[in-house]
Write a protein that binds this ligand. Structure first.
Ligand SMILES: Cc1cc2nc3c(=O)[nH]c(=O)nc-3n(C[C@H](O)[C@H](O)[C@H](O)COP(=O)(O)O)c2cc1C
Length: 178
């Protein structure tokens, strides 16, 4: 069955390590016949959540920027892929900003399958744990999320390092097998 896949690439480096893994996941998922949309967050205008609380009453965010369209894409997807570089052992500010802006509609992001992609200079797989927990903190607030897979891309520092990394093939295969 063809699935609607949304890939959210949050590194500020287009063509960087995590963005390249997103492309490989996309290639695999498309070759398997799925409908895939990839978003590069740096191209989007997403303001910080201001914590006004209006959405608790209205179900809508008061801010008018690109966040609402992205959140609607999340609501409409079957599969959501969230990709981030490890920044100070957590996630990118771009991804965290988007997560906060799902606040108004996050209960509508339900029954989704999730994949996480993380890249880090650190060579230890356990160095990604806090970043994974950032994603899990988000998904734990949703209705019936299903965590399906994680790409642990360690030892990738400079742009292009990922091309020498086995996770390139893993990302393609994971995309193909969703
Ligand atoms: C601001 C900043 C903070 C970083 N913090 C860490 C870190 O805490 N641990 C680590 O292993 N790598 C860290 N890195 C390295 C990146 O995680 C690494 O270069 C990664 O491959 C970047 O992925 P990208 O090419 O998708 O942006 C940091 C890089 C930057 C720019």
């Amino acid at each position: 069955m063809s699935k609607k896949v949304l890939i959210i690439s949050s590194s500020p480096r287009k063509g960087g390590n995590s963005d390249t893994l997103c492309d490989e996941f996309k290639r695999g998922a498309e070759e398997a016949g799925n409908k895939v949309k990839k978003l590069f967050l740096k191209d989007k205008n997403i303001n910080y959540c201001v914590g006004c609380g209006v959405c608790n009453q209205t179900g809508n965010c008061t801010q008018k920027d690109d966040a609402d369209e992205i959140v609607n894409n999340m609501i409409n997807a079957d599969v959501i892929v969230m990709a981030s570089p490890v920044y100070f052992y957590t996630i990118s500010a771009q991804m965290k900003t988007l997560i906060d802006r799902t606040c108004a509609k996050h209960r509508q992001i339900k029954n989704k399958e999730f994949y996480f992609i993380l890249t880090a200079a650190d060579s230890r797989p356990e160095s990604l744990i806090r970043s994974i927990e950032c994603f899990r903190g988000f998904t734990s607030c949703l209705i019936n999320p299903v965590e399906k897979g994680i790409i642990y891309a360690n030892s990738a520092w400079n742009m292009g390092d990922i091309n020498e990394n086995q996770t390139i093939e893993e990302a393609y295969r994971m995309g193909f097998n969703i």
